[in-house]
Write a protein that binds this ligand. Structure first.
Ligand code: FES
Length: 379
């Protein structure tokens, strides 16, 4: 009959014909000392195994923030740092930094016969963060009221000495007209907001790109939250205005849409559609040409977010490649009635579509992935 043994049994675990119930043999301790942080698998559960100054400790492998793989993290002093967004846990206790009342479970380790053993059950419990969820995570429910239009101006200019912008002017015309026919309107000038560029968490893992954006969650001073709130919660119609810069939309436009990856990525990682029943339209102006490429990019991106388009979803103006007399371009846009009427009609078309949607032609809550997003990321 096989003999049972306790963890105090001096014999090495491999001497025992039966596995110990509560300890797992991870292998030769000397070999495991080669890395200061590594992920080990214990009964299908990933743990972060740490070796600091030759002493082992083991912690849960799942970060409390968004499940980041702590066994792929790094040490910073006495703290294990999550590889996704940098949360810190004490490498011995699993507790957060002073002032952060969080902890991940800790697992006992010991060395027997040159082998490293880890207990399969934790000796401490997780302490989850107690702060309330970010306001952007509230349920997406349209508040009652008239149709709402947000205008996003992406023009870059000197904040202290602003200049006339053709695209922003036409956007303002569209918003004023929307208000005159019963809609609520709001103008957001990206140039007035302080917000950071996308820092590429998606490039670590699709699951590291989270909603709300990591930067919005970690940096209360980041003001792109206003745009997120308008797109996801407030507006029925978004009109995005951009100048043409070297054949593309403005740099602020691209800075904004890179931060929108977290909206689109919810479909990739969670089959979750954040943008539903919303209409997007565009105003594009430039001294030189390339309207079609800019409109194509904007429609592709906002379509990927889940926006719908009215018939003829953009207005544009360009005087062509060789027109360098920009003073005349400014005068032309200010004085030309058909451009201003075009902006008003764009607002009307967009609002008509929004009203139709609000009247019951709702978009589905979930979506087929189609060809481009047919695959699921790991995890
Ligand atoms: S810091 Fe770990 S998942 Fe975000």
């Amino acid at each position: 009959m096989a003999q049972s043994r306790t963890v105090d049994d001096p014999r090495a675990p491999w001497d025992n014909p039966r596995p110990m119930s509560d300890w797992k043999d991870l292998g030769p301790a000397d070999a495991l000392r080669a890395k200061d942080v590594q992920q080990v698998d214990v009964d299908g559960k990933p743990l972060a195994l740490i070796c600091k100054d030759g002493v082992f400790s083991a912690l849960s492998g799942h970060c409390l923030h968004a499940g980041g793989p702590l066994g792929q993290g790094r040490l910073s002093g006495d703290y294990l740092v999550c590889p996704w967004h940098g949360w810190h846990y004490h490498c011995k206790t699993g507790e957060g930094r002073p002032g952060f009342n969080i902890a991940i479970p800790r697992y006992e380790t010991k060395i027997e016969g040159g082998r490293l053993l880890v207990r399969t059950t934790p000796s401490t419990e997780a302490k989850h963060p107690s702060h309330p969820p970010h306001p952007l995570t509230r349920p997406i429910e349209r508040a009652p009221g008239p149709p709402r239009v947000v205008g996003i101006s992406t023009t870059v200019m000197n904040r202290h000495d602003p200049r006339y912008s053709t695209s922003e002017d036409l956007l303002q015309v569209a918003l004023n007209h929307a208000a005159s026919i019963g809609a609520e309107s709001r103008l957001i000038k990206l140039n007035d907001l302080k917000f950071r560029s996308c820092e590429g968490y998606y490039s670590k893992s699709a699951h590291a790109c989270i909603w709300p954006c990591t930067i919005t969650q970690l940096d209360p001073g980041d003001q792109l939250e206003q745009v997120y709130d308008a797109f996801i919660h407030w507006a029925d119609v978004a009109i995005i205005a951009s100048p043409i810069r070297w054949g593309s939309a403005s740099s602020l436009y691209f800075k904004m849409i890179e931060r929108m990856n977290c909206i689109q990525n919810q479909l990739t990682t969670h089959d979750r559609v954040l943008i539903r029943n919303k209409v997007a339209a565009f105003i594009i102006t430039g001294g030189q040409d390339n309207v079609q490429a800019v409109a194509g990019q904007m429609m592709m991106f906002f379509g990927e977010l889940g926006f719908l388009f009215p018939q003829f979803p953009f207005i544009a103006h360009s005087r062509g490649w060789s027109a360098e007399d920009m003073e005349n371009n400014v005068a032309y846009v200010k004085e030309t009635e058909h451009l201003r009427n075009g902006a008003k009609e764009l607002a009307v078309r967009s609002l008509d579509m929004a009203r139709e949607i609000l009247a019951g032609r709702a978009a589905p809550t979930s979506a087929e992935r189609g060809g481009r997003k047919a695959g699921h990321p790991e995890g």
